[in-house]
Design a protein around this ligand. Structure first.
Ligand code: PLP
Length: 374
């Protein structure tokens, strides 16, 4: 038996939707892109959405639209995929790492406050594992210091904070549709926003900075005319990917409910085990349960990891603190110190969690884990 830590679920409806698109007039930049954007925007309750090639492109576009440039500092968490900080570097900004909270593993608003300087321009809050960050506190700080807030919700499509879906309350929220994420489009990403100005910048950035809109151009020379106004990229997403995304959106609530049920089962079975710290749920928050992470004693982590792999259970570790990577160590982050993040990393383990994880497979994971911990 081979059990991955995460996996997509594709059904016949998904396949048929993509095939229908292959037979249509548009393979890219067609109606499916707009429909996918509408579907996500409506779901999360945001005014605008811009679909792009992947979640990293979404973060890059968000940093660009936030006007991050040389000299600007952006505060984020070290317990995330490298893309959450890399996007700041793409714009020549400086990532500043704030430590995490010991209970939720999310960025600590108090440490964010401590790390603010006159150069701070934005905060990138990552809803790690799908558990929402303390957004009220983060927004209060942002308002006080006039900072932009970007939410990296790569894990959090479907998560809720105080009764609202993640994706509608900050300046911008980014999503990823990589196969292990809450829904997939193969590769894909999206930015949601309620700000018309940011929306226009995101649209330009996705397509080389080029526009055909007469209201944006300095002049026109005829119907063929277009202008490049900014230096953007080709971050477009195909209609094939968006067709899959639209079809997957119809199943999102089903996916989330199953993940929640599996997480509850893990909690029930593992909570009482002395050597395991289970994830906590915060009042007023509903996690989308992208990941189920436990902490085990650090001296046992490597052995448990290896024994689980041998049993065909592909547990994983999310994440190595970003500033610990050689690239960051060699580029000015050698003396960064986030003790809670480093402590958490030492004992972290992500257990398999995905829509098609069947009861007997989950029981096998639980039993194998219990045995290897003995
Ligand atoms: C997956 C992920 C990304 C990047 O998304 P891609 O679609 O793989 O580019 C960014 N941030 C976090 C937290 C992620 O998990």
């Amino acid at each position: 038996m081979d059990i991955p830590y995460g996996k997509q679920y594709i059904d016949e409806e998904d396949i048929q939707t993509v095939v229908d698109t292959l037979r249509s007039d548009y393979l890219t930049t067609g109606p499916a892109v707009h429909d996918f954007e509408q579907s996500v925007a409506a779901y999360v309750g945001a005014k605008y959405a811009v679909a792009v090639a992947n979640g990293t492109a979404a973060l890059h576009a968000a940093c660009y639209a936030a006007d991050i440039s040389k000299g600007d500092e952006v505060i984020t968490t070290p317990i995330t995929f490298a893309a959450s900080a890399n996007c700041i570097l793409y714009c020549n900004g400086t990532p500043v790492f704030a430590d995490i909270k010991k209970d939720t593993y999310n960025i600590d608003p108090e440490d964010v406050r401590r790390k603010i300087t006159p150069r701070t321009k934005a905060i990138i809050a990552v809803h790690y594992t799908g558990q929402p960050c303390e957004m009220d506190e983060i927004h209060a700080i942002a308002e006080e210091y006039h900072l932009l807030v970007i939410e990296d919700a790569a894990h959090a499509l479907g998560a809720e904070y105080h009764g609202k879906k993640i994706g509608s309350v900050s300046d911008m929220t980014t999503f990823s549709f990589h196969p292990v994420k809450p829904i997939t489009s193969g590769e894909g990403g999206m930015i949601t926003t309620n700000d018309e100005n940011l929306y226009q910048k995101l649209l330009l950035f996705r397509n080389h900075g080029i526009t055909r809109s007469e209201s944006l151009m300095t002049k026109t020379e005829g119907g063929w005319y277009y202008q490049q106004l900014e230096l953007g990229f080709n971050y477009r997403i195909t209609d094939l990917q968006c067709a899959l995304g639209i079809s997957q959106m119809r199943k999102l609530d089903r996916f989330t409910a199953k993940r929640r049920q599996l997480a509850e089962k893990y909690n029930e079975e593992l909570e009482t085990i002395h050597d395991i710290v289970c994830p906590v749920q915060k009042e007023g928050c509903k996690s989308s349960w992208h990941l189920y992470v436990i902490q085990i004693p650090s001296e046992k982590r490597r052995e448990v990891y290896e024994k689980m792999q041998e049993a065909g259970i592909h547990v994983n570790v999310h994440y190595i603190p970003v500033y610990k990577h050689p690239y960051y160590q060699a580029n000015g982050f050698k003396y960064v110190n986030c003790p809670n993040a480093e402590q958490l990393y030492k004992g972290l383990l992500s257990l398999p969690l995905y829509y098609q994880l069947q009861d007997h497979m989950q029981e096998f994971v639980i039993e194998t884990l219990k045995k290897t911990l003995k």
